[in-house]
Write a protein that binds this ligand. Structure first.
Ligand SMILES: Nc1nc2c(ncn2[C@@H]2O[C@H](COP(=O)(O)OP(=O)(O)O)[C@@H](OP(=O)(O)OP(=O)(O)O)[C@H]2O)c(=O)[nH]1
Length: 186
């Protein structure tokens, strides 16, 4: 029986969701409710699809897997073997090198944002939108108001390098920045 294209996409997405759920199973977000970490990658894929209008399955797979290598024992080889080289490439582009000092990692995100592929930029836009909304919703444990503001300011710098990728997502990010007084009202 021929594989139906719709079924194949569904299978690819469910495979990624299941893989990410298993990999992140012991992780929680930093909010006071200690939300299961898997809510984040699923939420990033959801933003891309529902708000960004993104239907590219590899971008959605990249979103679902985007923190597996950075935050769990997952390797890029594993991602490539299971999901192919294009998905591996997207995940690699959005993975920070956790062996670097935090300040350097944050600096590199700003410097490298404009050099990313279109697909990786989409994932990064949705990732930041999710995290900034999360900060509006609840303050991570131990974070001061200054740290939250600092995250918003740093995020504006990263987003500068991602512009021209998805107008809807960029507009939604700008609304958040304006509400914080970080971007001038237009
Ligand atoms: N807003 C928010 N963020 C949380 C929460 N739980 C975990 N995070 C994660 O925390 C990271 C931001 O915290 P930082 O202290 O600035 O960075 P770090 O964890 O990478 O050192 C983000 O990681 P990241 O995915 O690497 O993103 P980014 O730092 O590259 O944006 C975000 O996904 C939460 O409850 N709320």
């Amino acid at each position: 029986m021929a594989v139906d294209a719709g079924n194949l996409v569904t299978e690819q997405l469910i495979e990624c969701m299941n893989f990410a759920a298993v990999k992140h199973k012991n992780q929680r977000r930093k909010d006071p409710d200690k939300t299961p970490y898997i809510n984040h990658p699923i939420g990033v894929a959801y933003i891309l699809m529902k708000e960004g209008g993104v239907t590219d399955v590899q971008v959605l797979q990249g979103a679902l897997l985007h923190d597996t290598v950075e935050d769990t024992e997952t390797t890029f080889e594993e991602i490539e073997e299971l999901f192919g080289s294009e998905v591996r490439g997207i995940v690699a582009e959005v993975t920070d090198d956790k062996t670097l000092p935090k300040m350097e990692r944050k600096r590199l995100q700003v410097v490298n944002a404009p050099k990313k592929s279109h697909k990786a930029k989409l994932v990064k836009l949705a990732d930041k939108l999710y995290n900034l909304r999360d900060l509006e919703r609840a303050t991570p444990e131990g974070w001061t108001a200054e740290r939250v503001t600092e995250y918003f300011r740093w995020a504006t710098q990263v987003i500068e390098g991602l512009r021209g990728t998805n107008q809807v997502l960029e507009n939604k990010l700008d609304e958040l920045f304006k509400a914080r007084g970080i971007l001038p009202e237009t």
